[in-house]
Design a protein around this ligand. Structure first.
Ligand code: P6P
Length: 336
């Protein structure tokens, strides 16, 4: 079978869906993918590349910045500044949006990303990844501010992630299903390895940080207790649990074989609004999961419908196999 490169996939998408996949959007995705290849190379060097450990600074989240966090952010900024496809960029690692320098042309899109998600896993060689989301810049806005990024996830035109694991995999949606590409290191290009990923509607595998059990609200306590009761309880079957501590790795497993991923707002993180960020974690992953036939809620409402109030806003996340997400959401709404 002829290998289909990312470039060919995007050109074909532009021909078939010109209303969505414009030439500038195609260029944007190619540039982000190329930047992710550079990040992958840096990640894969590990200790040999002098990229492990902390920088000694903290980001807007108050989290210690790893050298690779800062490097990944710089790689994405430098790759996307000159192409003329973006009006501005925003990142987990930067308090405010990064404007396109005046020496470069501006485009119609906004890019928001988590340059290296799961970075607490870097130093222990566990899979990490890059998450990105593309929005349209509001009509007539030449100098976007943070407010211009505050669009519900349903307005995303592209969402994707790259997982730096045993292989480097890029997963992408532009609203016409989900495609998966594997980095061919010999060719130096992403090759299409799966079209139209589908998440099974049912699952027997769940992902949650169980050390937070005592902090969970009653609906989550009930839902997890039923899973843990297995065949002896109301679910009548045993469940398995996985928790990588890297959202990209957990979500990729769920896209591949089903499951439900949960990071609820609980007594421990309620003061911050949750653990995970809406614009560059929950929204892109929610778009991808829905496009693969799954569901994504904050426990009560569809994540993609939530109107953002702040660039680094946090939110509760329940996403994956549709029937399980709907069940735990119904527990929160008191309808089951
Ligand atoms: P905890 C990584 O820092 C992250 O943002 C997600 O990738 C991951 O799912 C979560 O936090 C892990 O959180 O509390 O288990 O360390």
């Amino acid at each position: 079978m002829t290998a289909i490169s990312l470039t060919r996939f995007l050109l074909e998408a532009q021909r078939e869906h010109p209303d969505v996949m414009t030439p500038d959007l195609r260029l944007l995705v190619e540039v982000v993918a190329r930047a992710c290849k550079t990040i992958s190379n840096a990640v894969n060097k590990g200790a040999l590349g002098n990229v492990l450990g902390n920088v000694g600074t903290t980001n807007v989240q108050g989290e210690a910045q790893k050298k690779l966090d800062v490097l990944s952010n710089e790689i994405l900024l430098e790759a996307n500044e000159w192409g003329g496809h973006l009006a501005a960029l925003a990142s987990e690692e930067m308090d405010e949006p990064h404007p396109i320098p005046n020496r470069f042309p501006k485009g119609e899109y906004l890019l928001v990303f988590d340059p290296l998600d799961g970075s607490s896993n870097i130093d222990v060689n566990v899979s990490i990844g890059t998450i990105f989301s593309v929005l349209r810049c509001p009509e007539g806005v030449r100098e976007p501010t943070a407010d211009d990024f505050l669009q519900p996830g349903s307005r995303q035109v592209v969402a994707g992630y790259t997982v730096y694991g045993p292989s480097t995999i890029l997963v992408l949606t532009f609203g016409r299903g989900v495609a998966c590409f594997t980095l061919d290191r010999e060719q130096g290009s992403f090759v299409l390895t799966q079209r139209d990923l589908r998440i099974p509607e049912d699952t027997s595998e769940y992902a949650i940080n169980a050390s937070n059990r005592r902090h969970w609200d009653p609906p989550v306590q009930r839902y997890i207790a039923e899973l843990d009761a297995g065949r002896t309880g109301p679910r009548g079957r045993d469940f398995n649990m996985r928790w990588v501590g890297s959202m990209v790795a957990d979500v990729h497993r769920i896209l591949t074989r089903g499951g439900i991923f949960m990071y609820p707002v609980d007594a421990k993180c309620r003061d911050k609004g949750g653990r995970l960020r809406l614009l560059y974690e929950a929204n892109p992953m929610g778009f991808i999961v829905e496009q693969a036939g799954g569901a994504a809620t904050d426990g009560r409402q569809r994540i993609l419908d939530v109107p953002p109030q702040a660039l680094h806003q946090r939110i509760g996340v329940f996403l994956g196999s549709r029937n399980e997400v709907e069940r735990v959401t119904a527990y929160h709404l008191g309808t089951a």
